[in-house]
Ligand binder design. Structure first.
Ligand SMILES: [Zn+2]
Length: 405
């Protein structure tokens, strides 16, 4: 995995694709390799930022100091807020080592990028694909946004028993929605999608489904490598768009209302809700062409506590809620196709079985009642510039059905 930096590839999609990550180590010897890299690497001033005072950090600090290098440690047990990244002190470091879950890693990416330091990611427990990419997901006071930041030069994942394996499995299977969104983006919204990226995503997911790991540790290993591959692909293709479906946007909006909630848990609800909304294609539901913009405005202004004028300003960017004959025509031709693709997708999405009804428990835990969840759903299509399948569904009147039930 050496020297990706030099290999910039000019693609048919007119983008230049390349990767800056030079080393990825997963499993039992990851700790040892990390110590080697810090001790004998080019950086002399190192800052470790961790979300917990892990026992192995003491060992790392001791060994690095023996090489007469300057190394500091900071513990931050905070949610992924942009203000945390902005107020973190500058220790004059050349390298930041982020040790922890997705939230901590996102904070470190933003911090490293702001100060022009290089970054090593050591992922623990609660990580997703974005964790391994150059993108950070941070809360700015209104919404969770994705920022282009520092790409990790090295990635380490220590072997671990984690409670997040099942949630990560949900997360990865939900990526089928991304595949579907790509098709919608191309056909309905006439967006150019990189063919290489589409093939990569398809291939990665079909390999994943065929793997069928048996033990918990096998599941952990399979999930971890898939998440790393997807994260690296985000950096390589310079976008999250092809990897995040409408489910992701919905999860982000729910998180904006409940910042302390675990995003992987919220993601599971979002995924189920999104899939449920897709099933409206299977019922003999009258396909409405009119959109009730007033309902959107009402939901947006109440939920975000902004004026209807401000809500309108934000909605303005969502092209689908504006009547567009061309889109209506394309979408009508598209319905039979949607049905076949969805049937295939839905079969795959819920191949994970669980004895507990996880989404219900999570909804209770974060005090999300049906009304709040529906409102989140109502908001989703209004606030994002990149259209997804959710926009298609909402834009053609399914939102009314959802809000009235
Ligand atoms: Zn391309």
């Amino acid at each position: 995995m050496e020297n990706y930096e030099q290999e910039k590839m000019m693609c048919d999609c007119e983008e230049e694709h390349y990767l800056q990550t030079q080393k990825i180590i997963v499993g039992k010897n990851a700790e040892e390799k990390l110590i080697d890299s810090l001790c004998f690497g080019k950086h002399n001033k190192i800052l470790i930022v961790a979300d917990n005072d892990y026992a192995f950090l003491g060992n790392i600090l001791q060994k690095v100091k023996m090489q007469h290098k300057e190394i500091n440690k900071v513990i931050i047990n905070e949610k992924a807020k942009i203000c945390i990244a902005e107020t973190l002190q500058d220790y004059g470091q050349e390298l930041v080592v982020a040790v922890g879950g997705e939230e901590l890693v996102s904070i470190c990416k933003y911090y490293s990028f702001s100060l022009g330091c290089q970054l090593i990611v050591v992922a623990f427990d609660n990580f997703i694909d974005i964790t391994f990419s150059k993108f950070a997901r941070l809360f700015d006071g209104v919404l969770f946004n994705i920022y282009v930041t520092e790409c990790p030069i090295e990635i380490y994942v220590f072997e671990q028993k984690t409670d997040f394996v099942n949630l990560q499995t949900y997360y990865i299977t939900g990526k089928y929605i991304s595949l579907f969104d790509d098709i919608v983006a191309e056909m309905v919204f006439k967006k150019t999608i990189c063919q290489r990226m589409k093939n990569f995503l398809k291939q990665t997911l079909s390999n994943y489904v065929n793997k069928k790991p048996q033990t918990k540790i096998q599941k952990w290993r399979t999930n971890t490598w898939v998440l790393i591959r997807l994260g690296q692909a985000m950096s390589f293709y310079n976008q999250t768009r092809g990897f995040c479906g409408g489910d992701y946007q919905l999860a982000s909006l729910m998180q904006s209302q409940c910042v302390s909630a675990d995003f992987l848990e919220l993601y599971t609800i979002a995924l189920k809700l999104n899939v449920n909304s897709y099933t409206s294609f299977f019922d003999n539901y009258t396909f409405g062409r009119e959109v009730n913009v007033n309902k959107h405005i009402d939901a947006v202004s109440k939920l975000l506590k902004i004026s209807p004028t401000e809500a309108l300003r934000r909605i303005d960017g969502a092209s689908l809620i504006i009547d567009n004959k061309e889109i209506t025509k394309v979408a009508n031709n598209y319905i039979p196709y949607i049905k076949t693709v969805l049937k295939k997708c839905l079969n795959k999405i819920f191949f994970v079985t669980s004895t507990i009804n996880h989404p219900v428990n999570v909804l209770k835990k974060y005090k999300f009642d049906a009304y709040r969840v529906q409102k989140s759903f109502a908001l989703t299509p209004c606030l994002f510039a990149s259209p997804t399948t959710l926009h298609l569904i909402a834009g053609f009147g399914f939102m009314d059905k959802l809000l009235n039930e």
